[in-house]
Design a binder for this molecule. Structure first.
Ligand code: SF4
Length: 448
């Protein structure tokens, strides 16, 4: 059983030193009990107390990693029911299904789609992460050959799907180094699949036919020493599967019920034959509360909206998306190219850089750290003003790249031009357009 706030408090140093970021040890204990703080934030807790507090400080939904290296996917680790309470932590993985009964041409086409359908947005790569390889043939050799093929032709994480432990073992033999998710341990094969997972240090999915059974399976798996577990509640109707997701999340977070404190795997692929309806069902699990979402197939028009929905829901609502401060080269600028400056709100950066690119006038873009605020907001907040812009321009290194000294500032910051002439006396301050859409026409008039 998890410890209460008061029980945790008794184990803390009680010095109220504030180093954990809250005013008192009691406040820290309460945050720890509700999963809103991490034990590592207190540097003074004793080793003995640490051991006792592990249980209380563990996230109520265990984070589980599938795969290895740069493309490893972490799911779970959630601490809140609603995004506005804090933030959602780990976006659900999107998986593409490939069956061992499919023609080679179909397998190749799916692998190609998996590779190609990746999108750059606000500086991030949006993409599907997993390939679910399903045994339908009952033939271990065929399954292993498909796993090998997927492994060689994709960097995605792998889910091995079979109820037969021997076939799962053949799949694991081919890709154990990629730490695949074994799907699934059921009440009938749990001991064999648990043994396989333990031997190869792989996460395992527990497939049940009810939530009670799911709790029983996860308890048996943890008793067998397996902690990296993903839950399939077994429901394949939209309503029941949705209810299961909410109950699992609530049981883990609100009631601290450890047997359901794991991420889930959901199967829109098994809930409809209509591809667009499947995408709509998947979008429901993105919002509530799928850990992995397995799709029977996808095309750009069904995948991209899911990726964008996921991005929007899993960004931290308290922190604006920001671009790194620095000098950005657009279109291969040289020493005569114009120099523009803007704020580091990601959307501002992408609009401004996109408009510069479409102008076909090679340019230098200085992006200044305004804590992710747009030009107008940061100007109003005193962050995009002459006495901040001046020192930034001097330190940026732009003078090593251009031989002119002309700086184009956004039209919304025109009021700073006088102050900038004082801050940067050897620079000519030019006032650019207010709107990004007017940048191409403005740049076409550029003369050094
Ligand atoms: Fe108490 Fe530790 Fe926080 Fe200090 S850092 S106030 S000792 S919980």
């Amino acid at each position: 059983m998890p410890l209460t706030g008061i029980e945790i408090f008794k184990l803390l140093p009680k010095t109220n030193c504030k180093e954990c970021g809250v005013p008192t040890c009691l406040a820290f204990a309460m945050s720890l009990a509700t999963g809103k703080a991490e034990l590592s934030a207190c540097p003074h807790v004793s080793e003995e107390a640490k051991a006792q507090l592990q249980e209380a400080s563990a996230p109520p939904i265990r984070p589980v990693t599938i795969g290895v290296g740069d493309t490893a996917l972490k799911v779970g680790g959630e601490t809140v029911m609603f995004r506005h309470e804090k933030r959602f932590e780990n976006p659900p993985g999107i998986a593409l299904l490939i069956k061992d009964t499919m023609e080679d041409s179909e397998v190749n086409a799916r692998l190609e789609r998996f590779k190609q359908l990746q999108y750059e947005r606000v500086g991030l790569t949006l993409r599907p992460e997993l390939i679910a390889i399903k045994d339908e043939s009952g033939d271990a050799t065929k399954f292993e050959a498909l796993v090998n093929k997927v492994k060689q032709n994709s960097d995605g994480g792998i889910i091995l799907m079979s109820d037969n432990p021997d076939i799962l073992a053949a799949g694991v033999k081919a890709c154990a180094d990629r730490k695949p998710l074994l799907y699934a341990a059921t009440k009938d094969n749990l001991d064999s699949v648990a043994g396989l997972a333990k031997e190869n240090s792989c996460p395992v999915a527990a497939k049940a036919s009810s939530l009670d059974e799911a709790a029983d399976l996860t308890s048996r798996l943890t008793a067998a020493g397996i902690n990296d577990i993903v839950i399939d509640s077994g429901s394949r109707t939209v309503r029941q599967a949705f209810e299961d997701q909410v109950i699992i999340r609530s049981a883990a977070l609100t009631n601290k019920f450890r047997p359901l404190g794991f991420p889930t795997i959901t199967f829109p692929s098994e809930m409809t034959d209509n591809p667009m309806k499947e995408a709509v069902i998947a979008s429901m699990f993105v919002a509530k509360y799928g850990g992995i979402i397995v799709l029977s197939d996808f095309q750009g028009e069904s995948l991209f909206p899911l990726l964008v929905e996921r991005l929007n829901i899993y960004t931290d609502p308290q922190r604006p998306l920001a671009t790194t401060q620095g000098i950005y080269e657009i279109g291969g600028p040289d020493e005569n190219s114009p120099v523009l400056i803007t704020s580091n709100f990601s959307l501002t950066y992408f609009i401004v850089s996109g408009e510069i690119e479409s102008s076909k006038v090679p340019s230098w873009l200085l992006v200044m750290d305004t804590e992710g605020l747009s030009v107008m907001t940061s100007w109003a907040a005193g962050k995009f003003v002459a006495d901040a812009i001046g020192p930034f321009v001097k330190k940026s290194g732009i003078t090593d790249k251009v031989k002119h000294h002309k700086l184009i500032i956004p039209g919304y910051a025109a009021a700073e031009s006088g102050g900038l002439e004082e801050e940067l006396p050897d620079w000519e301050i030019l006032i650019g357009p207010r709107e990004g859409a007017l940048i191409p026409a403005y740049l076409k008039t550029w003369k050094q």
